[in-house]
Design a binder for this molecule. Structure first.
Ligand code: NDP
Length: 333
């Protein structure tokens, strides 16, 4: 680590709260590597809605000060003891982990993989956590089959656009919701077949519409990331023996759910996280390879909303939380 600087740029929080707790520092101490870790010099850092949950305290902070951010891409600047042989200084990699909102990030090697030559570093960062979430959801939370009807909420967001494209690629039929006509158009351009407005306050009409579209059956699966404000209506459109996949809390967490409600249609309820689907390095590599294959063969569109400077973190965060964005937001240190 001798040629590395002693300090680096980073965005950290000392306490939970609004965007005012985000602190941009230029003199944060360089991290030290532990066994099996590599140090990545970030070129692109991905913003994800989960960063908001940590900053606001919805998900507990492991410690303070805490550097937010869970994914990035760049090159390996140093290798800790017992890192795998394919991770060498200079290797171009993409990773998932913690402490990504920084110039350098220490990452467990099982969550760090080399980027194929055909994938630019920027595209790798923009097609990691959100894209892998979409892919694992349609493979494992509910294995979607060709011809299945599914419902996707927040369909023009980061995960949402990946879901629309991947579902189209496997021949499923997507009903999608998003908050504005522009976002709904974008979801349609990315593979959704039927676009609907949100149903807050009028669940009955929404359920009726989805039932009409699906010949009275309802959908085989719902992929709901909005949480509190959409959960009830989403559950109401799941077909008999279908799956309600609740994987996010953008409008707040779902609480007070009565299990007996699932009996009405023998619905399976799943609340998954990506990190439990790609727990091992082999799982990460396998899903990343499958994703990159989709991107290349099916010409998937890696939709990048904007690339912000790391010091512009407050504006970037306000944009995603203010529902002003579509697709992926990236940071550059
Ligand atoms: P997005 O780019 O999708 O941004 C969030 C979107 O949520 C907004 O664009 C907005 O779209 C919608 N939304 C609905 N209600 C609200 C609200 N009250 N406040 C703000 N936004 C709202 O983010 P990501 O792609 O990063 O994440 C999407 C969801 O998936 C999040 O809930 C996230 O937590 C979840 N997720 C879960 C993972 C897991 O492992 N379980 C992994 C990755 C993401 P619109 O305006 O159209 O409603």
């Amino acid at each position: 680590m001798s040629s590395l600087p002693k300090t680096m740029k980073a965005v950290l929080i000392e306490k939970t709260g609004g965007t005012e707790v985000l602190e941009y520092k230029t003199d944060f101490p360089m991290p030290e590597l532990k066994e099996g870790e590599v140090l990545v010099k970030n070129e692109f850092i991905g913003i994800n809605y989960i960063d908001t949950y940590f900053r606001t305290g919805l998900y507990p902070l492991p410690h303070t000060p805490y550097i937010l951010g869970r994914e990035g891409s760049g090159t390996i600047a140093a290798v800790g003891p017992n890192a795998p042989f394919d991770l060498k200084v200079g290797t171009r990699v993409v990773y998932m982990g913690s402490y990504a909102y920084a110039e350098y990030t220490p990452v467990a090697s099982k969550y760090t993989i080399p980027i194929p030559d055909s994938i630019p570093t920027k595209i790798a960062a923009a097609s990691c956590l959100q894209a892998l979430t979409a892919l694992t959801l349609i493979r494992e939370a509910h294995k979607v089959e060709k011809g299945d009807w599914v419902l996707v909420t927040a369909a023009a967001g980061g995960v949402g656009l990946w879901l629309c494209q991947l579902l189209k690629a496997i021949g499923a039929r997507t009903i999608a919701t998003a908050s504005t006509p522009e976002k709904r158009d974008l979801a349609k351009q990315n593979g959704a077949e039927v676009l609907l407005e949100y149903h807050e306050g009028d669940q009955e009409t929404f359920v009726k519409k989805v039932k009409e579209i699906t010949g009275g059956e309802g959908v085989a699966a719902v992929f709901d990331s909005v949480g509190k404000s959409t959960f009830d209506a989403s559950l109401g459109v799941v077909a008999r023996k279908g799956t309600m996949v609740s994987f996010g809390n953008a409008s707040g967490p779902v609480t007070g759910f009565a299990l007996g409600r699932l009996a009405a249609n023998n619905v399976k309820l799943v609340r998954p996280t990506l990190f439990n689907y790609i727990y091992t390095r082999e799982e990460f590599q396998q899903y990343a390879a499958e994703l990159w294959n989709f991107i290349e063969k099916d010409k998937l569109n890696v939709q990048i909303h904007d690339v912000y400077a790391l010091h512009d973190i407050v504006r970037a965060t306000e944009d995603i939380e203010g529902r002003k964005t579509t697709g992926k937001l990236l940071l550059q240190p």
